[in-house]
Design a protein around this ligand. Structure first.
Ligand code: COA
Length: 151
């Protein structure tokens, strides 16, 4: 097993294939379609060209079984934050610490780039992800609240 930098040509399809589960798990009712995948592929290509974004893949026996996507961002509140855009580990490998190692890989890069803080967004319905983030030291700073507006 090793974690290495994303290679657009070799790894794009594998990372795209994981998106069904990521989005359908985190946004119940959302359906990943071809347009979404095309947009996502465009974002990955842009990330590959940007010095402010990095992806790493988890490779086991020549197969991509997970990845993490980090970005250095600026917001109105935080001048410089390392933001985890996406993290994924294949179902058969979960609970063995790979998610944690992927997060640490992105965090090491954030630190090396001088970011004082790492941040991410999480869905409250995704207990496995919440559990991983809490164990990795992330705390809830703000809550996004939603209300359906009936027509
Ligand atoms: C969230 C995710 C990346 C965790 O990866 P992972 O490799 O299982 O994480 P780790 O093994 O490092 O586990 C860290 C913690 O997560 C929790 N966890 C992991 N697997 C779990 C499982 N099958 N059931 C419940 N909790 C679990 C545990 O609290 C674990 O702590 P432990 O080390 O004390 O057991 C993985 O479940 C996943 O890819 N989910 C689908 C994609 C997704 O929703 N990503 C997040 C949004 S982008």
């Amino acid at each position: 097993m090793h974690i290495r930098q994303f290679d657009l040509r070799r790894d794009l399809q594998a990372v795209l294939q994981f998106q069904d589960e990521i989005y359908e798990r985190n946004f119940p009712g959302f359906e990943v379609n071809q347009k979404f995948l095309n947009d996502f592929a465009r974002q990955l290509r842009a990330a590959d060209r940007s010095p402010a974004e990095q992806l790493w893949v988890l490779e086991i026996a020549d197969q991509i079984r997970g990845f993490v996507w980090g970005a250095l961002i600026t917001s109105m509140i935080d001048e410089f934050v390392g933001y985890i855009k996406n993290v994924y580990v294949a179902p058969e490998l979960r609970g063995q610490g790979y998610g944690h190692r992927l997060l640490e890989t992105a965090e090491e890069w954030f630190r090396a780039e001088g970011a004082p803080k790492a941040a991410l967004d999480a869905s409250v319905c995704n207990q496995q992800a919440l559990s991983l983030y809490t164990k990795a030291g992330y705390c809830t700073g703000r809550l996004r609240m939603e209300k359906p507006l009936n027509k």
